[in-house]
Design a protein around this ligand. Structure first.
Ligand code: CAO
Length: 481
């Protein structure tokens, strides 16, 4: 009897095993079929969405950012991530907030444009990160977020107790992204602002006119430039996390970011060892080069010489100028348009090399011509002949430019305390993830919403946290009494 039972169970087992292997074969066949349907390029990704473009969420839908940034560099980064669909939770000090809320104020009692223009599409929660109860709330937020972004002074995050070790113990998937002024080295402990980075990153030394002092540029290459670099690093870390399951540190030093944007100047530094930089005006002017890359005025940074020339009205309008490029392939057209047809075959002008020592004189002739027309007329005329050039646009002209409004690059936003204002929208256009620009949050506007909806705290727990003083500013009247 026992033997019979044994035999039956052996048979049942064998049958089950064969059923299992049949199932396996069927599964493999299905997988193979699916693979062949997609041209053998099965990569484990979902099938293409059938929803209309722009209707299937945003690029970063589902990514939650714990935004500890302030001033400009960090907020630039998190604003970009927010425009791409991330849920950005900006943590601010109770009663104080990001210092820029109150800097360069134009409308009394309202958040400044400095703040509003860098913090769109975010939510604001106020937490005192040094208060024990505040620390507990932050720990919960760390568990609920994918990325922590910060640009505090060196060491400040650690002083809050938010070390890499602490964060990673709570959430091993967390990406911790930081902007600092300098990378590891002699200056790593220094606080840094925009212009310090422009100076330390090689931009200031190579900007301006040869005869003048170093110059900083209006474009915020130290702050916003580094914020852009950081956003790219975060994207890459998120992508890598899909494979590894773990977070990592992302560090962008402002000095490095500026140097990256000024890399053509490090190129020129090395070219100096092989002779003068012939495309710099000073070569044509016979001024010897020193040991370092000089300031190049308005010389173009590439192999096609360019300069800024005056246009009609320059005497009264500081922006009546045009950037003109003597691009070699259209040299004949340039000669014809400006009325110097003989230059086409003149050995002193016919080749780019022959022109290099004569650039000052060539641009003076071009300027004589452009001074007879407005910058916009000049732009129209030269572009008809494929000659590259660009009008110097003032911020007023840019603000009024309708084509920038049409693309969402310049956007009008309404704000409850300051009213309507213009801002720069997302300059990165994604066809399946269009950015809508929503106003910046008021200080602590979403504190309760985040505590209840993100962290799941009950009303009584929220009241308890409030009473502890961890999320509200101390009552000044009580303190004075
Ligand atoms: N609760 C409690 N304390 C908070 C807080 C919160 N929610 N948020 C910030 N703080 C505290 C910090 O912990 C820090 O305190 P400690 O010095 O005691 O540790 C303090 O606020 C000030 O932070 P900070 O030193 O970063 O700010 P700062 O105004 O002195 O310096 C800046 C500003 C920009 C120079 C500095 O943050 C910095 O060098 N950042 C890195 C580089 C950078 O991004 N620069 C570009 C800025 S944009 O131009």
């Amino acid at each position: 009897m026992a033997k019979k039972k044994q035999k039956v169970s052996k048979r049942t087992k064998a049958k089950a095993a064969s059923r299992k292997s049949v199932r396996k074969v069927v599964k493999l066949a299905v997988a193979r079929k699916a693979k062949s349907k997609s041209n053998g390029k099965s990569n484990g990704l979902p099938r293409p969405s059938i929803k209309a473009y722009g209707q299937d969420g945003k690029a970063l839908t589902g990514v939650r950012i714990l935004d500890f940034t302030h001033v400009q560099s960090g907020p630039t980064c998190t604003q970009l991530l927010a425009w791409m669909g991330a849920d950005v939770i900006k943590v601010e000090r109770p009663g104080v907030g990001d210092i820029t809320r109150g800097q360069l104020v134009d409308v009394k009692g309202a958040d400044s444009l400095y703040f509003t223009m860098l913090n769109h599409n975010k939510r604001s929660i106020t937490i005192d990160s040094k208060h024990p109860q505040g620390k507990r709330v932050l720990d919960e937020l760390i568990k609920a977020c994918d990325v922590l972004v910060e640009n505090f002074a060196p060491g400040a995050l650690d002083r809050m107790g938010l070390t890499w070790e602490h964060i990673h113990k709570l959430n091993p998937r967390m990406i911790v992204a930081s902007v600092k002024g300098f990378g590891p080295g002699p200056y790593e402990d220094c606080k840094v602002y925009e212009n310090v980075a422009q100076c330390a990153g090689g931009s200031a030394s190579t900007t301006g006119f040869r005869e003048g002092p170093p110059l900083v540029t209006g474009a915020q290459i130290g702050d916003s430039g580094t914020g852009l670099h950081l956003a790219l690093g975060i994207m890459a870390a998120l992508y890598q996390r899909n494979r590894t399951g773990r977070g990592q540190k992302v560090l962008c030093a402002m000095q490095d970011g500026v140097l990256n944007l000024a890399r053509v100047k490090l190129r020129d530094q090395q070219r100096l060892a092989h002779g003068p930089l012939t495309e710099y005006s000073q070569y044509g002017e016979g001024v010897p080069f020193g040991v370092a890359v000089p300031r190049a005025g308005n010389d173009s940074g590439g192999g096609q010489p360019g300069w800024i020339v005056k246009c009609k009205g320059w005497e009264n309008d500081p922006d009546a100028y045009l950037y003109f490029i003597t691009q070699a392939p259209v040299w004949n057209e340039i000669c014809d348009v400006i009325g110097e047809p003989t230059w086409k075959n003149d050995p002193d002008y016919a080749t780019p090399k022959a022109r290099l020592p004569r650039l000052k004189q060539i641009f003076a002739r071009i300027e004589q011509f452009t001074m007879t027309m407005t910058k916009f007329e000049a732009m129209d005329l030269f572009n008809k002949h494929d000659i590259p050039c660009g009008p110097i646009l003032s911020m007023k002209e840019i603000a009024e430019e309708q084509s920038l409004r049409a693309t969402g690059t310049v956007v009008e936003v309404d704000h409850p305390t300051r009213g309507k204002y213009l801002t720069v929208g997302n300059p990165i256009k994604l066809s399946d993830s269009p950015a809508d620009v929503r106003r910046s949050p008021l200080l602590g506007e979403h504190t309760e919403e985040i505590l209840s909806k993100v962290l799941g705290y009950s009303a009584s727990q929220i009241n308890e946290i409030k009473a502890s003083g961890a999320i509200t500013a101390p009552d000044k009247s009580k303190a004075a009494a």
